[in-house]
Design a protein around this ligand. Structure first.
Ligand SMILES: *[C@@H]1O[C@H](CO)[C@@H](O)[C@H](O)[C@H]1NC(C)=O
Ligand SMILES: *[C@@H]1O[C@H](CO)[C@@H](O)[C@H](O)[C@H]1NC(C)=O
Length: 419
């Protein structure tokens, strides 16, 4: 571990405000630049690493280069890309929205592993949604609120760090993200009617995949309550996601890819909360009550998807069991080449969790793991690029999907009402 130096407090309080829902207490900006070759962590998980990608290439260009290595799909004309994704969520899939909307200058070591510069993602490298985009040979998604350099031809990312499914639980809760989508759609149709070119046309909206990964912050924010009250809140959280899916459907969406939530009880941030004793820890050192709440949430979300499938018969709605994938990371960590599954790479205090709410990652006193160390947790809440690569590889198999299918086949599928 190394201790980060650095100083400067500009914007730090706002960063803390928006990250606190996601559980990251960022206090002070840090200048701790360390070099690492691109994406060593992703090697071996079936992802092409663009040769020479890095500072010389933009992240979007890098994804395109990566695509060409694998198939000819990268040769699709840019006017009509084959993939359109509208993503809704929190920091797990925020590709820079929170930074853009708050004018945050997020600094290294965020982004250090792959991009080698901060991109607004709250991790050292790529997110699961980035690996999904790479696998589909499409550039990384641009945040909806990124005013400069955004390219929406392959979709829009409405995800913002700290967001909740519950309206009002955060500035960009799922209902707000949904209304931003409606605005984007209405504006596109308006411009089309004026004869102007738009990044996504009518056909694009219809054949798009609508991805949702949200709920972790709602659960986290409930966990201070007595457990029966936590359980009582879960149906309401799930109902918000269900309502959003129905609303998107009523506006023409037909392909949905819904992520469940992960193993909350294995996050260093949760584990570092003082406890009376270790009686709630499971065989892998994770907190049972957090994980049970996450499992309960996922069960209800999966059931909501079942119900929606009955009603939306011309739609395809895929639920992905992220809990099983993320829990396996911890439970079978040695098989994944990970030594300390419950310890944050970037935090404070050293073992067992290297997490201190008041001396978190990005604070002057942060302790940072070596760039080539394989950790699951980046900052106590968010997964590292190495972990995201493993998670994404499993998501992409389709084995954790209900119904069992890959996102590539969902992208390719033609719905009954097409044409
Ligand atoms: C660990 O890996 C084995 C073999 O792949 C699997 O059967 C088991 O379910 C995994 N354990 C957990 C807790 O995910
Ligand atoms: C999707 O379509 C593309 C282009 O036709 C093709 O290359 C790819 O193999 C298809 N993928 C699946 C999973 O059907």
């Amino acid at each position: 571990m190394t201790t980060g130096g650095g100083n400067g407090k500009g914007g730090s309080l706002r960063l803390q405000h928006y990250l606190v829902m996601a559980g990251v207490a960022a206090a002070v900006l840090v200048a701790c630049v360390r070099y690492m070759p691109p994406a060593a962590a992703a090697a071996g998980y079936g992802f092409s690493v663009p040769a020479g990608a890095g500072l010389a290439l933009s992240e979007r260009r890098a994804a395109r280069v990566g695509a060409v290595d694998v198939s000819g799909a990268g040769g699709a004309p840019p006017e009509k890309p084959s993939v359109v994704i509208f993503n809704f969520g929190d920091s797990n899939s925020d590709t820079g929205g929170m930074a853009a909307v708050n004018g945050m200058n997020i600094e290294l070591p965020q982004g250090r592993t792959f991009f080698r510069r901060p991109t607004g993602r709250i991790t050292d490298g790529r997110l699961v949604i980035d690996f999904i985009c790479e696998s589909l040979h499409t550039p990384y998604l641009s945040p909806y609120l990124k005013s400069l350099g955004a390219d929406f031809s392959n979709g829009v990312n409405f995800a913002i760090g700290g967001s909740t499914a519950t309206p009002g639980g955060s500035p960009f809760s799922l209902d707000v993200q949904y209304h931003q989508f409606l605005y984007f759609r209405a504006r596109s149709l308006e411009l089309m009617n004026l004869g102007q070119k738009v990044p996504i046309d009518r056909d694009g909206f219809r054949r798009a995949v609508y991805t949702i990964d949200i709920g972790q912050n709602d659960l986290s924010a409930s966990m201070h309550l007595p457990y029966d009250q936590v359980l009582a809140r879960i149906p309401g959280i799930v109902a918000q996601i269900k309502y959003t899916i129905e609303s998107l459907y009523s506006h023409g969406a037909r392909k949905f890819w819904i992520h469940g939530t992960g193993a909350l009880g294995c996050l260093p941030q949760k584990l570092a909360i003082p406890r009376d004793d270790d009686s709630d820890l499971d065989a892998h050192g994770c907190l049972n009550n957090y994980n049970d709440a996450a499992r309960r949430f996922n069960a209800l979300l999966a059931e909501a998807c079942n119900q929606l499938r009955q009603r939306m018969v011309d739609a395809t709605l895929v639920f992905v069991d992220m809990f099983t994938i993320k829990y396996d990371l911890v439970a079978n960590h040695t098989a994944h080449g990970i030594e300390k599954p419950l310890m944050a790479c970037c935090g404070h205090g050293g073992p067992p969790y290297n997490y201190n709410h008041f001396k978190a990652c990005m604070s002057a006193e942060m302790q940072l793991c070596d760039v080539d160390a394989r950790f699951i947790s980046w900052d106590g809440v968010h997964l590292t690029e190495a972990a995201n690569a493993i998670v994404a590889a499993k998501v992409l198999t389709g084995d954790y999907s209900t119904p069992r299918m890959t996102i590539a086949s969902l992208v390719n599928s033609t719905q009954a009402n097409d044409g």
